[in-house]
Design a protein around this ligand. Structure first.
Ligand code: AMP
Length: 439
């Protein structure tokens, strides 16, 4: 395995940018993918966000484009990266700018939900690199703002999620317009059959690189569980957040409604907090993410879907205000801290009705969470509760009727379940079986 970036044959301006970011050693996907990409190979990367996959493709692309200098051509680009969400598009674009800061390359980012003028202006300047979500890109294609004839490198990011989100037709339409002589890369966390068929259609004799971050992520995070009555969770959270060591916390709830409620409660007691979830406008989500990234807000409350792919360094704590009913989501959640080598702390609040979820999580991660019983809301009863409730029972509206209708919980569960299940050979059906076994 490559021990340092110096061994990776990256040009000095890129090495310098990496040093400034304090990247010392390549992550496994970087070490495995970069040499093949520098050699011009196509690549199938089975990896999820959090593994360092962005740099794995961005660094060789930057190197190639700066070596093959070319005058800008209106509305054309030399590298095209398609990614499913606006947040990811913005993050990937920022990564290109960061790693390419000593290279004279131009980039543009294209996504929906905002005015198109700045984007068409950026395209008109002939960027070297375009990072885009498929819908808006096709929109601009139809209006005559995009030409693909100079695309030399194409990246399809999060292919499985494109599928989940119903973007696959748009993706295929874009691909059909690309020049056939190009270097192509496809990344996916899981490999459902539809992604396999995309791979066959897009990649030529690809190098396959697979990394499985779940176990290693889990090992690096200190995981603790706090048993508590559900009615006391709010006060427990307020107590927990008094600890100044919690510099930047991402809090998870199962529902959008829950996320809003927790953020509002925190605001009321003077703790700056924002919520992000699918119901918020793009502008509001981006603002919340930016404020959190800059440290203006200390706490961000999110649902599983909204947080997937969030890439923010320096999250010191992940707090599971509610445990996820799909254990794989727990692994994803706690992976938001412990990014690429850092350590992190995950605190999980568990009430009696969530014992079954906790047991599923401990089964999946093959480890017991350390019990914190020194807080003033500790409930031995919750700890001792037989984990008899099935996931399905838990998804019904709670006693106080404030939980969202169960349909929402299920939607989130099934989507994240699907997104994560494939790698482990799991499926919805298997998850249900596991839930059944837990009951
Ligand atoms: P990604 O999977 O591309 O979303 O990257 C996850 C996070 O890891 C990002 O915050 C990157 O800035 C960070 N990162 C990527 N590569 C490295 C590396 N080699 N060393 C340290 N941090 C890294």
């Amino acid at each position: 395995m490559t021990q340092s970036f110096a061994q990776l044959d990256l040009v000095e301006p890129i090495q310098r940018a990496l040093r400034a970011e304090n990247y010392e050693t390549p992550t496994p996907i970087q070490a495995q993918a970069i040499p093949h990409l520098l050699a011009g190979r196509d690549l199938l990367g089975i990896a999820q966000t959090g593994t360092g996959k962005t740099a794995a493709f961005a660094l060789p692309i930057l190197q190639r484009l700066s070596a093959e200098r070319a005058a800008p051509v209106r509305n054309a680009m030399r590298a095209l990266i398609l990614t499913p969400t606006r947040e990811l598009a913005v993050q990937i674009h920022e990564s290109f700018r960061t790693y390419g800061r000593h290279l004279q390359l131009r980039s543009a980012v294209i996504y929906g939900g905002v005015g198109q003028k700045p984007q068409t202006d950026a395209l008109a300047r002939g960027p070297d690199i375009v990072v885009a979500t498929p819908g808006r890109l096709l929109d601009l294609v139809q209006q005559g703002h995009v030409r693909f004839d100079r695309v030399a490198v194409f990246v399809l990011d999060e292919a499985d999620r494109m599928l989940d989100m119903g973007f696959i037709h748009d993706v295929r339409r874009v691909i059909a317009k690309l020049p056939p002589a190009r270097q192509s890369l496809l990344f996916s966390a899981t490999m459902p059959p539809e992604v396999e068929s995309l791979v066959k259609g897009i990649l030529k004799n690809p190098q396959r690189v697979e990394v499985t971050p779940a176990a290693t992520t889990v090992e690096r995070v200190q995981q603790r569980v706090l048993f508590v009555d559900s009615a006391d969770k709010r006060a427990l959270l307020a107590d927990v957040l008094k600890d100044p060591a919690i510099a930047r916390a991402l809090i998870f709830t199962r529902t959008k409604h829950g996320a809003n409620r927790v953020a509002e409660q925190l605001d009321r007691i003077g703790i700056q907090a924002d919520a992000i979830h699918g119901n918020k406008s793009q502008a509001a989500r981006q603002r919340a993410l930016d404020d959190f990234r800059r440290g203006k807000t200390r706490v961000l409350v999110a649902t599983d879907i909204a947080a997937r792919g969030i890439d923010i360094d320096g999250i010191t704590h992940v707090i599971n205000y509610e445990l996820p009913n799909v254990p794989e989501s727990y692994v994803h959640r706690i992976g938001r801290t412990a990014r690429a080598g850092a350590d992190g702390i995950a605190l999980s609040f568990c009430d009696a009705s969530e014992r079954a979820f906790l047991r599923d999580i401990e089964k999946l991660t093959r480890q017991r969470l350390a019990v914190v019983d020194t807080h003033r809301f500790h409930r031995a009863g919750a700890q001792a509760a037989a984990p008899a409730a099935s996931r399905h029972a838990r998804q019904e509206p709670s006693r106080n009727g404030r939980q969202e209708p169960s349909r929402n919980g299920r939607q989130e569960a099934s989507r994240s379940g699907r997104a994560n299940g494939g790698r482990r050979g799991g499926s919805r059906q298997q998850q249900t079986t596991r839930a059944g076994a837990a009951a």
